[in-house]
Design a protein. Structure first.
Ligand SMILES: [Zn+2]
Length: 337
């Protein structure tokens, strides 16, 4: 099936271009903003070492995506995309969550060479030197082994695999999660100082801002905002804004809910803190008139945009961005991949 699929893609790609399907889909999306969600772009040789592999795009794959976007869409930072009117090309915003250093050292140079700019949502404590709790937990889990790490949290004596372990931590109240992660960090070796775990430095953030990218907020500690009391919620929203302003000279207008978790209270508090829009992780595109504090996005993963060997495929990527991919899969009777 794999070989058949690989042979089919270039044919479908040509067909889509020749019959104007791409252009048609693009026209249908002209008044929308297609917001793409990224986290990490890593050099090919270390991409597989990341414990959150689903959130990683290989550098060469990303380069292919950038080339396609530059040719077929109008790319703008989200702040600008939301403020501008229809264009002849579909409008796309690339958003990067969390604030990883690879964003500044791998992704941004590729974007800039193509004349494109993006939006970077950063967790400010991460930039200030505190590892992201889920990175710390995933690394500790891998190093300590499920048995030990699971016992640390005393989950009815059951050892959890990495993904269930992170899910469990996610559901704990903020204080208990912080205590558990601190305990894990004490027991595990320190996080390696490499691109898989490193945060951008404040000077790199400032440089991105100077180069025309948008620097926006992802809160301070990557907390689940609906779980927080009023004071803690306000602190996350206002505190991260102040920190970013100190680094870039400009208060952020965009916010991205950690893990996509929000509710009407969180959305109202985000607006009250001075933000003009906020991103969720709900799948879809942003159409005019929809709630600006619940923007939908499309998660770009290698699974859905590259072939089985991790190589960029125009037709697949176009499918994710414009909806073509879904139509092709339906036409071929393949419900999912
Ligand atoms: Zn995040």
């Amino acid at each position: 099936m794999t070989a058949k699929r690989e042979r089919a893609y270039p044919i479908l790609d040509h067909l889509a271009s020749a019959t104007g399907v791409l252009a048609l889909l693009g026209r249908r999306l002209r008044s929308s903003v297609i917001v793409l969600m990224y986290h990490k772009v890593l050099p090919d040789r270390i991409a597989d070492d990341c414990p959150h592999r689903k959130l990683v795009i290989r550098e060469t794959t990303f380069a292919g995506q950038v080339a396609w976007l530059a040719k077929h869409t109008r790319v703008q930072p989200l702040r600008e995309a939301l403020a501008t009117r229809e264009s002849d090309l579909p409008t796309v915003s690339l958003t990067f969550d969390d604030g990883y250093r690879d964003n500044a050292e791998i992704a941004a140079p590729l974007l800039e060479r193509a004349g494109l700019r993006a939006t970077f949502f950063v967790s400010t404590d991460f930039i200030d030197g505190t590892p992201l709790w889920f990175d710390q937990a995933a690394f500790a889990h891998a190093r300590l082994g499920a048995e030990k790490a699971g016992d640390l949290l005393r989950i009815e004596g059951e050892a959890l695999d990495a993904s269930r372990f992170l899910d469990h931590l996610k559901r704990l109240p903020a204080e208990r999660r912080a205590a558990a992660v601190t305990e894990l960090a004490n027991r595990a070796p320190p996080l390696p100082d490499d691109l898989i775990y490193a945060a951008m430095r404040p000077d790199q953030l400032a440089e991105l801002g100077d180069a025309g990218h948008e620097i926006a907020s992802h809160g301070i500690r990557h907390e689940m905002l609906p779980d927080l009391g009023t004071e803690a919620l306000t602190a996350e929203l206002a505190g991260s804004s102040e920190r970013i302003r100190a680094w870039t000279g400009e208060a952020p207008v965009g916010f991205c809910y950690p893990n996509g978790y929000s509710n009407p209270t969180v959305e109202a508090a985000t607006a009250a803190a001075g933000y003009e829009y906020a991103c969720s992780t709900t799948r879809g595109v942003h159409r005019p008139g929809r709630n600006l504090f619940r923007l939908r996005r499309r998660l770009i993963s290698e699974k859905n945009t590259a072939d089985v060997n991790g190589r960029h495929v125009d037709a697949l990527f176009a499918g994710e961005v414009l909806g073509l991919h879904r139509i092709i899969r339906h036409a071929l009777g393949r419900s999912s991949r």
